[in-house]
Design a protein around this ligand. Structure first.
Ligand SMILES: Nc1ncnc2c1ncn2[C@@H]1O[C@H](COP(=O)(O)OP(=O)(O)O)[C@@H](O)[C@H]1O
Ligand SMILES: [Mg+2]
Length: 261
């Protein structure tokens, strides 16, 4: 479904993505895992064409999106759903109006039909009858579900999730994880989930790619990742404070990595 080839992107002379190669299979849940600031969101933004790489290709259904003009990208994005890290609901609009937004923006359906679709999407995420509430009246987990219902509004083939469990308690997080699995299997949606939470990654992933220092250091099923011999992967899984991820540096050495001197 999606093939990333030799993707490179730098910000301020710092290579954030350093020759990324990745294949995302249709209908599967692919988890992109890695520490804070390792470039997960940056990779995701490339996949939906919000950022253009310095070099490399991103093939979606055979077409290189890094070379597409903005109009074609807009068209392509209608086939994508995106659950942003912040959720990003409009607080002044009701739950139902938030979910209706993509339908009003991208279709000419009349109100009566939009209302029916909104009801269906809210039912999919377990929030039937919540149309008239305001975001301020519901919990963090519910807000994530509303944002997900909105991401599903246009019946996407692919849904991107950026840290779907961030800021949620363990029970709400597990509920969102279960929802991601259900939607993927029931609606045959290709899902790309960015997370740094190992428990979520192992419970939802068909495939896991671990991003570290700009590269995919390991890729495979949950059990393949658990058996990885890579020390960085093992430290990440165990959450140990000691290991290659926590090399102690002096202030001077650290400064040198920032300035390149
Ligand atoms: N638009 C940008 N301009 C400059 N630096 C950026 C930009 N976006 C991300 N970065 C930098 O790229 C690195 C990776 O960021 P990000 O992809 O948000 O990480 P993650 O999502 O894994 O936490 C960080 O060092 C961040 O400061
Ligand atoms: Mg991020």
């Amino acid at each position: 479904m999606i093939i990333v080839k030799n993707l490179v992107k730098s910000f301020d002379n710092q290579k954030v993505l350093d020759n990324i190669n990745l294949k995302i299979e249709k209908g599967e849940i692919t988890v992109i895992m890695g520490g804070s600031g390792c470039g997960k969101s940056t990779l995701l933004r490339h996949l939906i064409g919000l950022i253009r790489p310095d070099s490399g290709e991103i093939l979606i259904a055979g077409e290189d999106i890094t070379k597409m003009d903005e109009d074609s990208l807009d068209n392509l994005r209608k086939r994508f759903g995106m659950l942003y890290q912040s959720g990003a609901l409009f607080n002044s609009m009701s739950v139902g109006e938030n979910v209706a937004l993509p339908l009003r923006e991208h279709t000419k359906l009349d109100n009566r039909i939009i209302e029916i679709i909104v009801k269906m999407k809210l039912e999919l995420v377990g929030l039937s009858g919540f149309e008239d509430l305001l975001p301020s009246q519901i919990s963090g987990g519910m807000k994530k579900r509303v944002a997900l219902a909105r991401a599903l509004a246009l019946d996407p083939e692919v849904v991107f999730y950026d840290e779907p469990g961030a800021g949620l308690d363990p029970v709400s997080r597990a509920a969102i994880d279960k929802l991601i699995i259900d939607l993927s299997k029931k609606l045959n949606i290709t899902s790309i989930v960015v997370t740094h939470e190992m428990k979520s990654a192992f419970s939802i992933a068909d495939k896991i790619a671990m991003l570290h220092a700009g590269k995919i250091i390991t890729y495979g099923t949950a059990s393949e990742i658990k058996n990885s011999q890579n020390e960085v992967v093992q430290q990440f899984i165990s959450g140990s404070p000691e290991g290659p991820l926590t090399q102690r540096r002096t202030g001077k050495e650290y400064l040198a990595t920032l300035t390149g001197k």
